[in-house]
Design a protein around this ligand. Structure first.
Ligand SMILES: NC(=O)c1ccc[n+]([C@@H]2O[C@H](COP(=O)([O-])OP(=O)(O)OC[C@H]3O[C@@H](n4cnc5c(N)ncnc54)[C@H](OP(=O)(O)O)[C@@H]3O)[C@@H](O)[C@H]2O)c1
Length: 144
């Protein structure tokens, strides 16, 4: 599974680096600020995208690691793209996967994955990730 990140901040950089160390494939980053996406992609040896459709096209799973208040804005953009078979997640501990709904129907592969850790830095916190717990919330039919 190839994972793409929208939001090259503290959580995006940390999880992408950690997942990549764990052997998972990362497509890369799309973010609000081009330089931040570039830094994050350099840090994780992945790509930086200036086009959201291209990131979506290159990814099986899209992790929306933007601030909580921006998740619905990004979701509205994602809804315009080909995401029917993609996993779509966010990392907020305040919101559920139901934020990824259209016409009151939750996206079938929506989830929330919340690291129980104060991620205070983009480039060093990945070292702590192997010792922390995550909460995972999604439709019960898709959690193994
Ligand atoms: N930090 C923590 O301790 C922690 C722990 C668990 C969960 N979380 C959750 O993780 C998520 C991200 O938090 P964070 O601490 O990583 O935030 P952050 O460091 O502020 O990073 C957010 C990133 O999202 C980008 N962004 C903002 N609006 C965007 C938009 N409309 N489109 C594309 N990119 C956008 C920002 O852009 P640029 O930098 O490119 O300008 C920034 O890189 C939140 O849901 C938060 O609740 C955080």
């Amino acid at each position: 599974m190839i994972i793409g990140f929208i939001g090259a901040g503290k959580v995006g950089c940390t999880l992408a680096k950690y997942f990549s160390i764990c052997g998972m494939q990362i497509s890369g980053f799309y973010s609000q600020t081009y330089e931040h996406a570039k830094e994050a992609s350099d840090f994780t040896q992945s790509q930086h995208y200036t086009s959201l459709p291209e990131l979506v096209n290159d990814s099986d799973c899209i992790l929306v690691t933007v601030p909580d208040g921006q998740i619905v804005t990004v979701w509205q953009e994602l809804c315009q793209l080909s995401i029917a078979n993609k996993w779509i997640g966010h990392c907020s501990g305040l919101l559920t996967s139901h934020i990824f709904s259209q016409h009151k129907v939750v996206h079938p592969f929506a989830f929330s994955l919340h690291p129980l850790y104060a991620i205070y830095d983009r480039f060093s916190c990945y070292m702590a990730m192997s010792g922390i717990s995550f909460t995972l919330e999604a439709n019960e039919n898709i959690i193994p």
